[in-house]
Write a protein of this length. Sequence first.
Length: 373
Amino acid sequence: MQIGYDAKRFFQNKTGLGNYSRTLLSNLVQYFPLNEYHLFAPKSTELGLAAVKKLNNVQTHFPTGLLASFPALWRRNLGKNPVVQQLDLYHGLSHEIPNGLKKIPSVVTVHDVINLKFPQLYPFIDNLIYKKKLHHACKNATGIVCISHKTQQDLIEIFHDKIPDIASKCKVIYQSAGSEFYAKNIDYLAKKNLELPDHFMLYVGTINERKRLLLLVETLLHLPKEIHLVVLGTGKEYAEKVLSFIHKNDLSGRVHFIKSDNKFDLTQVYSAARVTLNPSIYEGFGLPVLESLLCGTPVITTADSAMAEIAGTSGLYAPSDNLDEFTNAISRIFHDDHLHQNLVNLIAENVSKFQPEHTSSILNNYYKLLIND
């Protein structure tokens, strides 16, 4: 098969959608090397080129000539590109597909509908643009890949009136984590190298209102002083609010903000933690939950989002706005070794459906189905 991809995020986004794009392509190239993969991006970057160098059977395409000065226009009308029209299928990896995709089947990946479920968290114009692009993609794509059943459920709920056949278009295909999380040599004794506290819970992710880091900091006021919180993430206004609370309540010695661009450092932090916490009010998937489990560390998260779908029986659950229940769950997992070990023992079964070979095989077969339909 000759498959084209919207590679804007592959080249430009260091985390999030960029990681999804690079991991998906890396896995497909590894397990299905006979396919030809074409990446279409509005501009080249060192990040993207470094990733491409590791892949076989991959060709890159960027705007040239006059269109090099109008990369957004080039990307928006890729469906009319002669190279694209010769492909077997085109896959938009992040909520969008270009105009003019009439001659070949197309797929769009929908990661979440946060903007539509919680519009108050985003600028009005951003929500308007997002909804317009997503509606166009879901209406015109041959198939829709949803990265969780929760995302699929919410997407159908939002668009079923305007796109009557949307349910029949959707297919849930989970994402996998980066290759470093499937390595066999993860260092489970990394505390000394990274200067981590002896007993800590972990938060990984952007520091914003939706993800509710402040709730976790508040739990420290009700937990034994030997329990610390390690935070790996950055933020802006909400992060300032969290820092203000930390200083006001004299918690600076128990909250540790660490930074690292080394992905293997991240696996070590996960594996050294007693538990990973994610009190977010909404996620379309919740990659840190999966990453934590792959490093042998159970999680505490919320039951009303996709994260419960990911964690399964390897986690404890509490409402995202309930300080007492989160505090109680943390206390249990630190003080009940039997409970902690039971959660750890269930991890292997829960993560089996996220293995790269499994997720890639489902996606490759879905491509074939759409091409031959």
